[in-house]
Ligand binder design. Structure first.
Ligand SMILES: *Cc1c(COP(=O)(O)O)cnc(C)c1O
Length: 220
């Protein structure tokens, strides 16, 4: 067994059923993805459009690709033909461009709204109020090629577990709030993407059902 397959097995064993594992391959090459694929992993996350597209083209077609990084509007066109979920919608402008590119491809693209909760100013995403404001306006309701499936967040980079826990909990509460207010009709609004290598167990305890793990799978 490769170490990648051992790491995957250990993480899968630690995750409750019903939690989706996105293997984040952004810092690793197609060969590493192939090892994870051979260990049964079919869902991978990338954070740069051109790298994602190169891997999509080089690797088996039954892989599902998620986009997890900051996405510039001028890059949406590269990933729109094949991406299955974009975790990082952080503006109405980016949502509108995703709608436009998905329509061009004749696709319906699943997306998450990224929420900024971390202390670091450099992180991306809507504040709770910015997100409420966007949902309160009707523009997004006219889109028919993007499907808003839930929210995503990145917690503060800290070893203070209680702070991280509070952040994950607050975003989960926000997820429940907007689900009730704007997506009550939609059983498809059901993804809370939170948790990375160092904090995924805390995220799952606080209601995440989709974790994004790179280092703990791929680092040797
Ligand atoms: C890189 C990245 C991850 C994975 O981080 P690891 O610490 O390597 O597990 C998860 N989510 C986002 C948004 C990332 O950019």
């Amino acid at each position: 067994m490769s170490s990648i397959s051992e790491h995957l097995a250990a993480i899968r064993a630690a995750l409750p059923s019903g939690v989706t594992l996105v293997a984040v391959s952004k810092y690793y090459d197609a060969g590493a993805v192939r090892q994870a694929y051979d260990a049964g992993q079919r869902l991978f996350g990338e954070s740069r459009a051109l790298d994602a597209t190169a891997k999509y083209e080089a690797l088996p077609q039954d892989i599902e690709w998620h986009f997890i990084g900051h996405l510039q509007t001028n890059k949406v066109k590269y990933i729109a033909p094949y991406i299955s979920l974009i975790h990082s919608i952080d503006s109405l402008k980016l949502l509108a461009e995703t709608e436009r590119q998905a329509a061009k491809c004749g696709r319906l693209i699943d997306v998450l709204l990224q929420i900024h909760i971390a202390r670091e100013e450099t992180k991306f995403g809507f504040t709770f109020d910015e997100c409420r404001q966007m949902l309160e306006e009707d523009t997004w309701r006219r889109f028919s090629h993007v499907n808003i499936r839930g929210v995503m967040t990145v917690a503060s980079l800290t070893d203070q577990t209680e702070r991280i826990r509070k952040e994950f909990r607050a975003v989960r509460q926000f997820f429940d709030e907007i689900k009730g207010r704007y997506f009550a009709y939609s059983s498809a609004f059901n993804i809370y993407s939170a948790g990375m290598s160092h904090d995924y167990l805390t995220a799952v305890e606080e209601g995440s059902n989709c974790v994004r793990i790179g280092t703990s799978i791929f680092a040797q």
